[in-house]
Design a protein around this ligand. Structure first.
Ligand code: PMP
Length: 390
C-alpha cells in the first residue's frame, strides 16, 4: 500500500533517532573563536574546537581576510578553471607545498570535498580500496563514490592490512590505501611507517588525511608524515584549512603529475567555485604564522602534557581513550550518559561536546586542546570533571 504523504517517513525516522538519543542539533556560538566562547548568553571554557593553535580568532589572520575581501571581493565568482582563479590561490598552494615538502598542492573548497573527489578520481571499478575502519566520513564516502571494491581493515591494525593485501591485491588493477593520520574521534595516530612499507611492497597508492595533524605534528608542523620522517615518498597527502590553520577549505599535496591529474579529473575541484579570497588569504597568513612561530606548537604540546598529567594525578581511573594528539576522549557507556555528562559540564562552565553513534561506535566526551589554553583553564576543566565524576 503506497503512503499518501511521501514525506511521512522522515518524521518517523527522526522519532527513531530521538529514541536512541542520537538526535543532533546546532547551538549558536556568539563570540570570536578562542578558549572562551559565548553560548546561550553564558561564557564557557572551550574544549570543543579544532582551532588547535588559536589562529581562527588571530588578529593578523582576520586582517588578512578583510584585506583580501576589500581587494578581491567576497566570492571567487567562478570555478578555478573558468573565472575563479586568483594569484592568492597559487600563493596558498605554493605555501602548502612548501610546508608539506611536496612538488605541488591543490586547494579545495573543503577538506571533505578534497577527500571525496581525490579518492573518486584515483580509483574506480577495477580497483581495490583498503580503508581503516575508523576513517573519517569523507574518506569512506569517497571510497563509495569511486565504485572500487572497498575493504575495511581493523583500526590501526597493520597485520590485518597485510593480510587483506596478501589475499586480495592481485585480483585488482590498482590499489589505494586510505587512512586518517590522526583519528579525530579517538585521538590516536596511524602506524604510518609500517603502512608505508606495505604500500611499497604491494604497489599500492597511499592516501593520508592529515586534517588533525597539519600545523601540529612534525617539527615544522607538516603533519604526521614529518613526525615519522616519512616525507619525500610518493604519497597523496590531504588535509583541511579549517582546523589548526583556522580558515576554511581543503588541500591535496603531492607530485606535479598528481596535482595536474586532479585538475583534469577531480569533479569536486573542477565543478565548484574557487575558495573565497578571504578564506584563501586567511589560510596563507596562518601558514606563515605556523612556519615562523614554532612556539605555538610547543605551547599546544605543553598543554597536552599538562592535562594528561592532571588526569593521572587527580583522576587516575577516568576511562580515557589512548591518545597521541590534542584530542582526548572520555569513553562513556551510552549516548544518554554522554549527553548528561556534556550538559553537566556545560552547567559547570565547560563546553565539550558529547559524540555519539553513528559518528563513533561508542559514546564519549571529546576534549580538544588549544595552544592558547591557560594552565588555570586546564585545572578548571579537571575540577569540573572531578566534581561530576565523583
Ligand atoms: N577529515 C577529517 C579527519 C576531519 O575530521 C574533517 C572535518 N571534520 C574533514 C576531513 C573535513 O574537513 P573540512 O571540515 O575542511 O570539510
Amino acid at each position: 500500500m503506497v503512503e499518501l504523504n511521501p514525506y511521512d517517513w522522515i518524521d518517523r525516522s527522526l522519532e527513531t533517532i530521538e529514541r536512541a538519543n542520537w538526535y543532533r542539533s546546532t547551538q549558536v556560538i556568539a563570540s570570536l573563536p578562542g578558549t572562551e566562547v559565548a553560548i546561550d548568553g553564558r561564557k564557557l571554557l572551550n574544549f570543543g574546537s579544532n582551532d588547535y593553535l588559536g589562529l581562527a580568532g588571530d588578529d593578523r589572520v582576520i586582517r588578512a581576510a578583510m584585506a583580501a575581501t576589500h581587494q578581491f571581493g567576497t566570492g571567487s565568482t567562478g570555478s578555478r578553471l573558468t573565472s575563479g582563479h586568483k594569484q592568492l590561490h597559487e600563493d596558498l598552494e605554493q605555501a602548502i607545498a612548501r610546508l608539506k615538502g611536496t612538488e605541488a598542492a591543490l586547494v579545495f573548497s573543503s577538506g571533505y570535498l578534497a577527500n571525496l573527489g581525490t579518492i573518486a578520481a584515483l580509483a574506480s571499478k577495477r580497483d581495490l580500496i583498503l580503508s581503516d575502519r575508523s576513517n573519517h566520513s569523507s574518506l569512506k564516502n569517497g571510497a563509495l563514490l569511486s565504485g572500487a571494491t572497498v575493504i575495511e581493515y581493523k583500526h590501526g591494525d597493520v597485520d590485518d592490512l597485510r593480510q587483506q593485501l596478501q589475499v586480495h591485491r592481485t585480483s585488482y588493477r590498482r590499489c589505494l590505501i586510505i587512512t586518517d593520520t590522526v583519528f579525530s574521534m579517538d585521538g590516536d595516530i596511524c602506524p604510518l611507517p609500517d603502512i608505508l612499507v606495505l604500500s611499497i611492497e604491494y604497489a599500492a597508492m597511499l592516501l593520508l588525511d592529515e586534517a588533525h595533524a597539519t600545523g601540529i605534528f612534525g617539527t615544522t608542523g607538516a603533519g604526521v608524515v614529518e613526525h615519522y620522517n616519512c616525507g619525500g615518498k610518493p604519497l597523496v597527502e590531504i588535509g583541511t584549512l579549517s582546523k589548526a590553520i583556522g580558515s576554511l577549505g581543503g588541500y591535496v599535496a603531492g607530485s606535479f603529475s598528481l596535482i595536474n591529474f586532479l585538475k583534469n579529473r577531480c569533479a569536486s575541484w573542477i565543478y565548484t567555485t574557487g575558495l573565497s579570497p578571504a578564506d584563501t588569504a586567511a589560510a596563507l597568513t596562518s601558514i606563515e604564522i605556523i612556519s615562523t612561530t614554532p612556539q605555538l606548537q610547543q605551547q599546544l604540546w605543553a598543554n597536552v602534557a599538562d592535562l594528561k598529567q592532571l588526569f593521572i594525578d587527580r583522576l587516575p581511573d577516568l576511562p580515557l581513550i589512548p591518545s597521541a594528539s590534542p584530542i582526548i576522549c572520555l569513553e562513556l557507556p551510552d549516548a544518554q550518559t554522554a549527553l548528561t555528562m556534556g550538559n553537566k559540564l556545560k552547567q559547570a562552565g565547560i563546553f565539550a561536546p558529547a559524540i555519539r553513534p553513528p559518528t563513533v561506535p561508542t559514546s564519549r566526551i571529546r576534549l580538544s586542546l588549544m595552544a592558547t589554553h591557560q594552565r588555570s583553564q586546564l585545572e578548571q576543566l579537571v575540577d569540573a570533571i572531578e566534581t561530576i565524576w565523583g
